[in-house]
Design a protein around this ligand. Structure first.
Ligand SMILES: [Zn+2]
Length: 462
């Protein structure tokens, strides 16, 4: 009896296992049907993203700057769609780029310190394109975007050796890869230039172009600028003018090299067939709010970056979009334009239908966060709309409200005068912070003494 029972039990268990196996098989087939990697269709465009690091939007000609810093980018912008207000999700390189590639806010991807790396499970733009059949190549000019942090994921070719090699060498690398490319599959190229990042020292003939009008002994390298940041010294007005001019010369140098890159694309017949995006990861401050360099505050000189999208054949050339968008919107936009679906994890939206005017952006709140070099990490937040910014410090629990239309340089805190609006925006910001949750678990890194020295030389470590 006991034996029979046991046999029946065994039989039942056997059936149960069979049903379970069938179930798993069916789920597997369904998952295969619905979640298999997408394939880029015939005619999928080549995609090029050019990031000119540390470039505040208001220092480009096409964004209204008074100096002729960017003649080549301006011409490129005239053939593309220019977003007048693009909010970066963080004011320094590492979290801003992780947001660009993962379409996640920093609180969600969790990479907000130099000793943290991208999680394996986060879906990255290059990886999605690679799985869809794109040939992929990335050329980066700073250690913070190296394979150590996981940025190589999805790239067939990824070159991250050296640092601040300069736009000339970076453009050479990209041209070399494009020239040697074989096969007919579409490609994705990420070209990262680091020139406007400190130290500001453009090569001739760009050095001195504007700075020689402001003679100064001050050398705008990271160490000297750090002395100003930490209030160990200040700038005389002529020194500040000199420093800004040196920064602009670096932009002009990179622009010139990009002119060479665009000329190559045209000559190789790739300019018109590609989707080309120009952007930056964050800006730079020059004492507008008491600081220099970047990383510790979220004023517009740090979080407003250029974003220009040139569609194949120069479609929609010259269009300007005044409404605010965000860096996390870039990946979903490009995927839609390439005929690919974005993963559900993406927090940005596709801007494709706003570019051609078939839909209108309205009332879109953007969020930015971080504080890398302050006393804490990731402790500042802002909620920004087309008109207002609510700026909050988690440590002090102080919030400020700025009217960006009437006071674009963010001088007058209106939080007392417009307490109702300040409260409303504070509540929206808090709701967003709660939805993003607490610190995410991300892989931590052990940096070598040489790597720490490298980060220190860039001002990313005290
Ligand atoms: Zn950067």
């Amino acid at each position: 009896m006991a034996e029979k029972k046991s046999k029946r039990a065994k039989g039942k268990r056997g059936k149960a296992i069979l049903v379970l196996c069938l179930g798993i098989l069916l789920i597997g087939i369904a998952a295969g049907l619905f979640f298999s990697p997408q394939q880029a269709g015939p005619g999928a465009p080549n995609i090029v993203i050019i990031c000119l690091d540390t470039l505040r939007a208001d220092h480009l000609g096409c964004y209204g700057y008074h100096r002729d810093t960017t003649p080549h980018i301006d011409r490129f912008a005239a053939q593309g769609v220019l977003f007048e207000q693009t909010l970066s999700q963080a004011p320094w390189t590492l979290p801003a780029h992780v947001s660009l590639f993962s379409s996640l806010y920093p609180s969600r991807h969790g990479v907000h310190r130099h000793d943290l790396a991208i999680r394996r499970r986060d879906k990255l733009f290059a990886d999605i394109l690679s799985k869809a059949g794109y040939a992929t190549a990335g050329f980066v000019d700073v250690f913070l975007l190296s394979r150590k942090y996981g940025f190589q994921r999805g790239f067939d070719t990824f070159r991250d050796e050296g640092e601040d090699k300069g736009a000339g060498q970076m453009v050479d690398q990209a041209i070399e890869w494009l020239s040697g490319r074989q096969g007919k599959q579409p490609f994705f190229l990420f070209l990262h230039l680091f020139d406007p990042h400190s130290a500001y020292s453009a090569p001739p003939p760009f050095s001195g172009r504007w700075s020689k009008k402001y003679p100064s002994e001050f050398r705008p390298d990271t160490d000297s600028l750090f002395q100003v940041r930490t209030k160990k010294r200040t700038f005389a007005p002529i020194e500040l003018a000199h420093v800004v001019a040196c920064y602009d010369e670096e932009i002009a140098y990179a622009d010139d090299e990009l002119g060479r890159f665009f000329a190559y694309l045209r000559q190789a017949g790739l300019y018109d067939s590609s989707l080309i995006v120009f952007l930056s990861d964050h800006g730079e401050e020059f004492l507008e709010h008491g600081g220099v360099l970047h990383g510790v505050s979220l004023y517009d000189e740090l979080v407003m970056v250029p974003l220009i999208v040139r569609l194949p054949q120069g479609r929609l050339a010259g269009r300007r979009i005044a409404e605010q968008v965000q860096l996390i919107d870039v990946a979903p936009t490009l995927l839609e334009l390439a005929g690919l679906r974005s993963p559900r994890s993406f927090q940005g939206i596709s801007l494709a239908s706003y570019m051609d005017g078939s839909a209108r952006l309205s009332g879109y709140s953007g969020f930015s966060e971080a504080d890398h070099m302050g006393a804490g990490h990731n402790v500042k937040r802002c909620l920004r709309t087309n008109e207002y910014k609510y700026y909050y410090d988690i440590r002090t629990r102080q919030g400020k409200l700025y009217n960006l239309l009437r006071d674009p340089s963010e001088r007058v805190d209106l939080s007392a005068e417009y307490s109702g609006l300040a409260q409303e925006m504070r509540e929206e910001l808090f709701a967003w912070m709660e939805s993003e949750g607490d610190e995410r678990r991300v892989p931590s890194l052990k940096l070598s003494a040489a790597e720490e020295r490298q980060l220190r030389s860039l001002g990313y470590l005290h």
